[in-house]
Design a protein around this ligand. Structure first.
Ligand code: ADP
Ligand code: MG
Length: 415
């Protein structure tokens, strides 16, 4: 990809924007860009420099992202809405062409890394609640005040705030993510081959979760959870490369597979509530360490049909009207609203799953479910808005001790 139209090759020490920014090291990458830690000589602070591939379509996507990020910054002068802040943008010409560059406030590890570093044990519910509040503040701001749908919410696109002084080199001082214990050979802040390997292992693991019809109880690790106590779990939503205005949607197929809403699979049209679906999938994953839905292609059925089956096994049968109402419904459902190829579903309601597999205490499971399940309504218009979620009593409950849900259950047994 480091050729004409592709990524811009960066060496440590390279200057950008007439010497204002100095590249320090790579933080991560996406399909369209590489992201670098850079030193801003004007403000004497560290920033994240996102350098887009140069070809026309990438430049266009970057212009769109800059447009969205500018609206986000304009509407939030105090930078308190839990969305990444655009500091500057410019063009940089290199051997592979002209690259649009975005300068963003520097953030820490992603929620995906947090889940990984926690060894796929669920985070304790108090921490899940703190993360939920941040993401909901972001979603309420985007949806209600700006009319923006993110369309690609997932753990990789939510970054923890680095709690450090931005004028100190966050990596040299070892403080980028002081809270997270790094496994052997770990590199900082994602995007590396290391993370990719982890992603593959993670995808494998997810197959052994409840989401799979083939195995309802397997795949639990007995390792103790990492100690993540006393951390201020604040985070921000990033990656607006796919975001759109609700009145100017351009893509039909949106969202990353596991976080995709049913109406997107069925092509029934979508709005803000697709982000609420993804949000619910993320919250489940934070609390349990497993993806809520990890569909796979099988013998005689597609990944899409498997996905719909997994949803129904956990949430109950999809109302017929909704099942047959999309432009692609006929690919999956017969006229009665039954799946064409996957005939026998193994129902296991969410609260039972939380108790049986994830060893939640009955009360925790019930309370958590009361928060989560309305977000997973098959009827998009019935899902609560981010503002309604922010008012939900679950967010202000407090679990008594600082342990993971699983451990809390164990302790009760000991007592
Ligand atoms: P893409 O649109 O190409 O997916 P992202 O905006 O998601 O790009 O950024 C790619 C990766 O770079 C992220 O997953 C994250 O690891 C890292 N990154 C992005 N923005 C920041 C930031 N502001 N601070 C620190 N790291 C970042
Ligand atoms: Mg991304």
């Amino acid at each position: 990809s480091y050729r004409k139209g592709g990524y811009h090759a960066v060496r440590i020490g390279d200057p950008f924007a007439s010497g204002r920014y100095i590249a320090q090291r790579k933080l991560g990458w996406g399909q369209f860009s590489t992201v670098w830690l850079a030193y801003d000589t004007h403000s004497a602070k560290y920033v994240a420099l996102k350098i887009q591939k140069s070809a026309q379509q990438f430049a266009q996507a970057a212009l769109h992202e800059i447009d969205v990020l500018c609206s986000i910054a304009d509407g939030d002068p105090s930078n308190s809405k839990c969305v990444v802040r655009l500091i500057d943008h410019f063009k940089h010409t290199g051997p592979n062409g002209q690259h649009l560059c975005m300068v963003l406030e520097f953030l820490g590890d992603s929620l995906l890394q947090l889940i990984r570093f926690n060894r796929y044990k669920g985070l304790e519910l108090n921490k899940v609640r703190e993360i939920c509040k941040c993401v909901l503040i972001a979603l309420d701001y985007l949806h209600r005040e700006l009319g923006i749908i993110h369309t690609d919410l997932k753990p990789e696109n939510i970054l923890l705030l680095s709690t450090i002084d931005p004028s100190r080199d966050p990596i040299k001082s070892g403080l980028l993510t002081p809270i997270l214990e790094r496994p052997e050979g770990g590199t900082l802040n994602g995007g590396s081959a290391y993370i990719e390997k982890k992603m593959k292992r993670r995808a494998k693991r997810a197959v052994a979760t409840i989401s799979s019809r083939r195995d309802s109880m397997g795949g639990q690790s007995s390792k103790p959870p990492r100690c993540l106590d006393g951390i201020d779990m604040r985070c921000k939503v990033v990656d607006f490369g796919n975001a759109c205005w609700a009145d100017k949607r351009f893509a039909e197929e949106i969202q990353t597979r596991q976080y995709r809403a049913p109406e997107v699979i069925l092509l029934s049209g979508y709005t803000f509530s697709v982000d609420m679906w993804s949000f619910a999938c993320i919250v489940f994953e934070l609390a349990t360490g497993d993806m809520m839905f990890a569909p796979k292609t099988g013998e005689g059925f597609s990944e899409d049909e498997d996905h719909l089956a997994l949803m129904m096994e956990l949430l109950g049968k999809m109302p017929r009207k909704i099942a047959v109402g999309g432009a692609r419904s006929k690919d999956f459902f017969d006229r009665h609203g039954d799946l064409k190829r996957i005939r026998r579903l193994k129902y296991l309601p969410l609260d039972r799953l939380l108790v049986n597999k994830y060893k939640f205490a009955e009360t925790d499971a019930r309370e958590f479910m009361e928060f989560l399940s309305p977000l997973l309504d098959f009827a998009p218009e019935k899902r609560p808005t981010a503002l309604q979620c922010l008012q939900h009593p679950w967010l202000n409950l407090r679990s008594s001790d600082g342990q993971s849900n699983v451990d809390a259950g164990m302790n009760k047994l000991k007592i």
